[in-house]
Design a protein around this ligand. Structure first.
Ligand SMILES: [Zn+2]
Length: 212
């Protein structure tokens, strides 16, 4: 799935948490967006492995959420500390949702619509790659954009100002990415075919493996 889809899903998750906990602090929404995007910062360094933790993010998010619930119930924390703990739980929760969602998308190959890779996301807990279920066939597929639109709805309908604009921007970027997704691979192939081997040594393997 697109990083923007993940960001919007994280934002929707945060909006749900904010509504449930009645803590409308903007930081809770922003950490949802950030947590949704965060795992994909490993795009060039062990993509879907280095910063993707389907089990460990889930466990630590549950721990942080449990701590927040306990402290909120006893009232032993100040309001700002309570919000910080909630934001941490949302950050980890959104990163967990992202990592788990990747297992329902396509594989890691350069042309994921061909469905040749058996690697969707790495589970450090299981010590192996989880296979792609391909409910969303590949990042940038039309159904990926549909998911992004659904995920953007809470932010577009229930928030205002910068958060709402960020959701709208993410949705527009998603639509643009869907349009260029396949042509972009053809451009990559063209560039790789004309790049010296010594330079290709610095390019992540998944961009060149299919072309050799
Ligand atoms: Zn990812």
């Amino acid at each position: 799935m697109m990083a923007t889809t993940h960001g919007l899903v994280g934002l929707a998750f945060a909006a749900g948490v904010a509504a449930t906990t009645r803590d409308p602090a903007p930081v809770v929404l922003w950490t949802g967006l950030l947590g949704g995007v965060l795992p994909d910062l490993d795009l060039y360094w062990g993509h879907r492995k280095t910063l993707h933790f389907p089990v460990y993010y889930t466990a630590t998010a549950a721990l942080a959420g449990g701590l927040w619930t306990a402290t909120a119930a006893t009232g032993i924390e100040t309001l700002s500390a309570s919000t910080a703990l909630l934001a941490l739980a949302v950050l980890l929760g959104a990163a967990a949702v992202h990592s788990v969602m990747d297992a329902f998308g396509g594989g890691l190959e350069l042309r994921p619509w061909e469905g040749t890779s058996d690697r969707a996301v790495y589970s450090h807990f299981h010590g192996r790659w989880l296979p792609p279920k391909r409910w969303i066939r590949y990042d940038g597929a039309p159904e990926d954009l549909g998911l992004a639109a659904v995920a953007a709805a809470p932010a577009l309908l229930a928030t205002t100002g910068v958060v709402r604009h960020a959701a709208l921007l993410a949705l527009c970027v998603s639509a643009g990415y869907v349009l260029v997704r396949k042509p972009m691979v053809r451009v990559t192939e063209w560039v790789v075919a004309r790049t010296p081997d010594r330079v290709l040594g610095y390019v992540p393997e998944r961009f060149v493996a299919d072309l050799r």
